[in-house]
Design a protein around this ligand. Structure first.
Ligand code: GLY
Length: 334
């Protein structure tokens, strides 16, 4: 088939790559590929850390996609950081939040090791004062910029839609979908910082500091990514002084060695959020598919999304949890 993928973020690129591997003639149309939400993302592959009440389907999809990541990363030649994630609470109130996540994960049957403050410091000496923690051994990380660069080398990219008429069009434009799908996704701003640190944590560290959620994701080269604000808004995503201040304050309490880190970048992008926080992957009209709306989970869900989308195009198979028709025509599937 001749397939146009509109949008060169991690989702569009992953879909295009999978479809190319299956023998289709694919072009990705994007005048500035790899510069949207994927460019800001920290790259946590974190189904357990991101698990939330009422979002069991999101967690299940995350677990399925996380299982694909080791071979996916190897095939792309990108580094998969597999040191696990520490979930840390700073004060007594934050410890309650850690315990609440632990209870949620226990209910889902997820492996998580409770750690007291001494055990936490032994595992991660860069931590500041911590009241409670959990080791999430299955939550890993990749560098989304490395993944996007690898995918861009493997697909055909063009700035504008070619004149030829395709057999299938995949809309993968994240939080900015064309009508009539534009109302299905809203932007939820995330501000994120990148710094260079001589004494970075060994693990991905996420947690709460006086109720403020924050994560610190180390890269092998000493870069640390600090994120992220979460803000519903109706304006273009910009970095705000308040957002940067909240992130820095929380991150430096969690990992005090960040105090000496060199601030390299502050960036804001919109997460593409759907009303039920599940993505849109499937056919929406004759010859048109969506692969969008991945909210906080675009990097994690990229390999699974690519498979689901390709299966849908090739075999008409519909995964009910992500079928866009649940929102377009509730009660019906395509
Ligand atoms: N997945 C982390 C975030 O959206 O901030």
């Amino acid at each position: 088939m001749r397939i146009h993928v509109i949008g060169g973020g991690i989702i569009g690129l992953a879909c295009a790559h999978e479809l190319s591997l299956r023998g289709h003639h694919v072009v990705v149309v994007d005048p500035s590929p790899g510069t949207g939400a994927s460019h800001a993302a920290a790259g946590m592959l974190s189904p357990a850390g991101e698990a939330w009440h009422g979002e069991a389907s999101t967690w299940e999809l995350g677990v399925r996609s996380a299982a694909l990541w080791p071979s996916y990363a190897a095939a792309l030649g990108v580094t998969l950081r597999q040191t696990g994630t520490l979930l840390v609470g700073h004060d007594a109130g934050d410890a309650q939040l850690v315990r609440r996540q632990g209870d949620l994960l226990a209910g889902l049957g997820v492996e998580a090791e409770a750690l007291d403050p001494r055990e936490l410091r032994l595992k991660e000496p860069t931590l500041g004062r911590a009241s409670a923690g959990l080791l999430l051994p299955g939550d890993h990380a990749v560098d989304p910029r490395e993944v996007v660069a690898a995918l861009m080398r493997l697909v055909r990219l063009v700035p504008e839609r070619p004149g030829e008429s395709p057999d299938a069009t995949v809309i993968a434009t994240g939080s900015r979908l064309p009508a009539p799908y534009d109302t299905l996704v809203r932007g939820v701003r995330g501000e994120i910082l990148r710094a260079r640190c001589d004494d970075p944590p060994r693990h991905v560290v996420r947690g709460w500091v006086r109720g403020e959620a924050v994560y610190v994701v180390p890269r092998p080269d000493g870069e640390v990514v600090i994120g992220a604000t979460v803000e519903e808004h109706a304006a273009p995503p910009v970095v705000t002084l308040g957002g940067v201040e909240r992130l820095l304050r929380a991150a430096r309490v969690l990992v005090p060695s960040l105090d000496r880190a060199e601030l390299r970048e502050a960036i804001a992008r919109d997460r593409p959020a759907t009303p039920d926080h599940l993505p849109l992957v499937g056919q929406v009209e004759d010859r048109v598919w969506l692969a969008a709306g991945h909210f906080r989970h675009g990097v994690l869900l990229a390999p699974l999304t690519a498979q689901l989308l390709a299966d849908s195009i090739e075999h008409g198979r519909v995964e009910p949890a992500v079928d866009p028709c649940r929102l377009l025509r509730p009660g019906r599937t395509a």
